[in-house]
Design a protein around this ligand. Structure first.
Ligand SMILES: NC(=O)c1ccc[n+]([C@@H]2O[C@H](COP(=O)([O-])OP(=O)(O)OC[C@H]3O[C@@H](n4cnc5c(N)ncnc54)[C@H](O)[C@@H]3O)[C@@H](O)[C@H]2O)c1
Length: 364
């Protein structure tokens, strides 16, 4: 391949559904450093939608035909349902392409590991779409933690409330997230990666143990879970996570508890509380012990397509290509997320038994 830093990257899209058409492509069209030259989707109506949005692109029924026909590609962007991520990503790496892949990277840890190994041996970047890290309010959380204002983080809670499962485009299988054969699982498979990579970032370590519980309130209709709770133990603290598709509201509520203060996030609202002194009388004795700063950081939580978050993420993918960082932190964390989801499912199936997480990534 020629020096990719001096010209726009040439990309192909595999799967042209909701996130690709509403999130990724609008971001690509705003950029000068990327050109989308081809699209594959197995659904005719979605191929039509792709052709309308990207009139210059060549459109295919299948990723294999696209790989055979297209020359000079730099990367693929995979946004199909998760059950086929592994096969498509492996085929792309085998063709010498960099891979940007929606979360979860795969539905099985063994497949994620095989991808990490293939990226390393083919010297191609494997990069997951861990886009919640790019939400403005989440970037603000990181800045507060990095500033040392609240001290070392010792525990976190992450609540994600949704009033329904996310739907795919109506032209294909709009409820695929509730069908195990397409999704590999319910809300933990769908949203668990976002939650887990944020815990890694905030607690600055990787979990060693997990216990989990889940329910499916509509077993007669669907075979994936709609509610999921887990407790993770880290060398540095603990995380409680709760994900639901049966809430009365759509929002995230995160809390981050440090040695000297705490951060509370309710969608765009962020509150940073700092202990005025870690010694002396406590609140029970009438002392006002915290300084509290409140602000609002517009983060577009209600817009599930997250266009701005994607552009910030794409900057990192492009930089990883230029730095030849083939299996970087994001790819490793994608593997750890899939490993964690698999263990959480096993824990829930075994009556919330606490399981040890292997943690290490063999051979990488
Ligand atoms: N990071 C985020 O914030 C975010 C948000 C939404 C979706 N996603 C992820 O994006 C992916 C797609 O989700 P979506 O909501 O866009 O789904 P969707 O159903 O809207 O789109 C999926 C598309 O893939 C096509 N497709 C299915 N199987 C295919 C195959 N084998 N080859 C080619 N095309 C195929 C379908 O025809 C459809 O057009 C999932 O992995 C999901 O988890 C991520």
């Amino acid at each position: 391949m020629d020096n990719a830093s001096n010209r726009p990257l040439k990309g192909a899209l595999i799967g042209y559904g909701f996130i690709q058409s509403k999130g990724h492509v609008p971001a690509y069209l705003q950029r000068k450093d990327v050109e989308i030259v081809a699209v594959a989707d197995l659904c005719e109506a979605r191929r039509g939608a792709a052709q309308e949005m990207l009139p210059e692109a060549r459109v295919y029924t299948d990723h294999e035909i696209l790989f055979e026909q297209e020359e000079g590609l730099d990367f693929v962007d995979i946004a199909t349902p998760p059950s086929v991520h592994a096969d498509i990503a492996m085929a792309a790496l085998g063709r010498g392409l960099h891979v940007l892949c929606e979360k979860p990277l795969t539905t099985e840890p063994e497949d994620a590991l095989a991808l990490l190994k293939a990226a390393k041996s083919h010297k191609r970047v494997l990069f997951p779409c861990h886009n919640y890290k790019h939400a403005p309010v989440v970037k603000a959380i990181r800045q507060v933690i990095e500033s040392g204002k609240i001290g070392k983080v010792r525990s976190v809670t992450l609540n994600t409330f949704r009033n329904t499962h996310a739907k795919g485009v109506p032209e294909w299988k709009t409820h695929w997230r509730r069908e195990h054969r397409h999704s590999g699982g319910g809300i933990a498979m769908d949203h668990g990666s976002h939650t887990f990579y944020l815990t890694f970032d905030w607690l600055k370590s990787y979990p060693t143990r997990v216990t989990a519980k889940m329910t499916n309130l509509e077993p007669e209709k669907y075979d994936t879970e709609d509610n999921f709770s887990a407790v993770l133990t880290f060398p540095t603290g603990m995380a409680h996570v709760h994900l639901t598709w049966t809430a009365g509201v759509r929002k995230v509520i995160y809390t981050i508890q440090g040695e000297r203060g705490a951060i509370t996030v309710d969608d765009d609202e962020i509150q940073v509380a700092r202990m005025r002194s870690t010694e002396g009388p406590d609140v029970a004795q009438g002392a006002i012990a915290w300084d509290v700063e409140k602000s609002s950081i517009s983060s577009d939580w209600m817009d599930a397509s997250h266009v701005q978050w994607f552009s910030s993420l794409f900057d990192q993918f492009r930089d990883a290509i230029h730095r030849e960082d083939f299996v970087g932190r994001e790819a490793r964390e994608a593997y750890l997320c899939v490993q964690l989801i698999a263990h959480a499912y096993r824990s829930a199936q075994e009556g919330c038994r606490e399981l040890t997480l292997p943690g290490e990534i063999p051979g990488i």
